[in-house]
Design a protein around this ligand. Sequence first.
Ligand code: G3P
Ligand code: CA
Length: 269
Amino acid sequence: TISPAHAAPDAPPLPVAHRGASGYAPENTLAAVDAAHDLGVAWVENDVQRTRDGELVVVHDATLGRTTDVEEVFPDRAPWRVADFTAAEIARLDAGSWFGPRYAGERVPTLEQFLRHMNRTGQNLLLEIKRPELYPGIEADVLRELRSEGWLDRRHVRDKLVVQSFGADSVRAVHDQAPAVRTGFLGTPEPAELPEYARFTDQINPPHTTLSEEYVRRVHALEGAHGRPLEVFTWTVNDAGTARRVADMGVDGIISNVPDVVRDAVSPA
Ligand code: G3P
Ligand code: CA
């Protein structure tokens, strides 16, 4: 069975598949979404950026070399920035072979393809706007795509979607342009700054290395942008010991390449 959409106050933290279940399938592909689904993991984290011709694509790095065969297909286009390629060019790339031969032919999905796939699997999306400073106005583009695929409908907005970013201005822009959408800030703001973040976010999502029980308590003491206690989803936790440690601190979600390991570690015996 698929885990629930929200963490209940006394329930274990929700596992979130980082870039899809990227420990088992190539990150940010439809195969990684399916791998999370096969594990019964409801929440999937992914990264979105923008092509030269304005298409939104699901990919993590600013350049395409690590996770595709771009250097073979377009040898003269170093440093192979996402922003320098058209969507049609990116659609030609193999985004799976680097991970393993059985994933040959996986593509870099467009956000549209990705959302349509998620609509079929029924999973929930923690969508990261990656490097917003490189893509002025990307928030409106992302919201337009989310709206056209039904993700701003009432039930989706309430239960199935969070948009996060390391860029506070980007998170604020999402909140201002679509106030119903839940948002997360990636980072560890100083405790004194948390009330300001709580005006436009529902989650504060720090790396696990910066977390303490006291910090989680301070975040939880505040009400987020939608009137519920501000949540903490931490990353990237890939072992059972760390998962138990952050669960004991009281986090609400744990973002992991191996979300099944996390789920098993934090489930009551
Ligand atoms: O969701 C948190 C995590 O994805 C942030 O780091 O570099 O994997 O996008 P990164
Ligand atoms: Ca990410």
